[in-house]
Ligand binder design. Structure first.
Ligand code: SF4
Ligand code: SF4
Length: 261
C-alpha cells in the first residue's frame, strides 16, 4: 500500500477559514480518479454510517465486505481501513468511466482533500480549535491553474461540516482514553469499541432491542431520540464507549456504576 496522505502534508502553514489556496479537480484532468487507487483510507464512524446506508446494507455486512481492522499504533484503538480491490488496488466505489459511485456519501477524507483537518482540544478548553494543512499528493494535477478558494468556501462546497461535527464526538472519546492513560485495550474492550463506534446496527440491536439493563437507566426522551435518529444513536454509541471504557460507568446513570467493561 502506498504512503498515507500524512506523508504529503505541507505543515509549513496552518490554514484557517479565511485563508486561501488554489485547486481544481475536474474530469478533464489527466490524473482523474488516479487518487482513488492504493489508498490508506481510514473510515471514521460517520463515514461508515453514510456508506452503509448509501449501499442499503447493515453496518455489520458493510464492515465485513469492505473493510479491515487493525489496532492503531499511536492510538491503541481499533482502526477501520477501506479494503482496496485487487489486482490494481482500486477503491471498491470507483467506477472507472464514471468516477465515484458513492459521491454524495463519500468519506470525509475524500471530501476534505486537498486539505487535511487538524483538530486541537484540551481539558481547559470548550470545543475544538481547528485548522487545515494542504496535502500535496505528488501526482495530483489539481494544483495547476486551480481556482482560488477560501477554506470556508471549500468546506461548504464539499459539505464537510457534518463529518467534522461527528469526528469531533469521536475525538472526545480518544481524548478520554488519553486522560484515563490506558495505552492498550483488552480483546473485550476492543469488541465494545468496535460495536459502539463502527457497527451502529449491531449497537442498535444490543442496546435498544436486546435484554440490556443500561437502557432502562436512560430517560424516555433519550431513548426515543436515539431510536428515531441514527446520527443521534451513533453519537450515543461513541459516548457510551467513552463512559464505559475510559470513565468507568454507563451513560444513563452518569456515575461510576461499573468498571468491568
Ligand atoms: S486533480 Fe487530484 S484530486 Fe482530482 S482526480 Fe486528479 S489526483 Fe485526484
Ligand atoms: S470513496 Fe469515492 S472519492 Fe473516495 S477514494 Fe473511493 S472512489 Fe475515490
Amino acid at each position: 500500500m502506498s504512503e498515507g496522505p500524512e506523508a504529503y502534508i505541507d505543515d509549513s502553514k496552518p490554514l484557517r477559514d479565511d485563508d486561501t489556496f488554489c485547486f481544481s479537480c475536474t474530469p478533464e484532468r489527466r490524473c482523474f480518479t488516479n487518487c482513488c487507487y492504493d489508498l490508506n483510507l481510514v473510515l471514521m464512524p460517520y463515514d461508515i454510517m453514510r456508506l452503509k446506508n448509501r449501499l442499503g446494507m447493515t453496518s455489520g455486512d458493510f464492515l465485513k465486505k469492505y473493510t479491515g481492522v487493525h489496532v492503531g499504533q499511536e492510538t491503541g484503538v481499533p482502526v477501520i481501513l477501506l479494503k482496496m480491490e485487487e489486482p490494481y488496488l482500486k477503491c471498491p466505489f470507483l467506477e472507472e468511466a464514471r468516477g465515484c459511485n458513492v459521491y454524495e456519501d463519500r468519506p470525509g477524507a475524500c471530501r476534505t482533500y486537498p486539505l487535511a483537518r487538524m483538530a486541537r482540544r484540551s481539558q481547559s478548553m470548550e470545543g475544538v480549535e481547528e485548522f487545515y494543512y494542504i496535502v500535496r499528493e505528488p501526482d495530483c494535477q489539481g494544483f495547476r491553474d486551480g481556482r482560488e478558494w477560501t477554506v470556508r468556501e471549500w468546506k461548504a462546497n464539499e459539505k464537510i461540516a457534518k463529518f467534522n461535527e461527528m469526528n469531533d464526538v469521536f475525538g472526545e472519546l480518544l481524548q478520554a482514553k488519553q486522560v484515563a492513560n490506558i495505552p492498550h485495550l483488552s480483546a473485550d474492550q476492543i469488541d465494545i469499541f468496535y460495536m459502539g463506534c463502527y457497527d451502529i446496527d449491531g449497537f442498535r440491536d444490543f442496546f435498544l432491542n436486546g435484554p440490556n439493563l443500561e437502557r432502562y437507566m436512560e430517560s424516555d426522551d433519550v431513548i426515543s431520540k436515539i431510536s428515531e435518529d441514527e446520527e443521534e444513536l451513533l453519537k450515543y454509541g461513541i459516548r457510551w464507549v467513552k463512559k464505559k471504557l475510559f470513565e468507568g460507568g454507563c451513560l444513563g446513570c452518569g456515575a461510576s456504576c461499573s468498571t468491568d467493561g
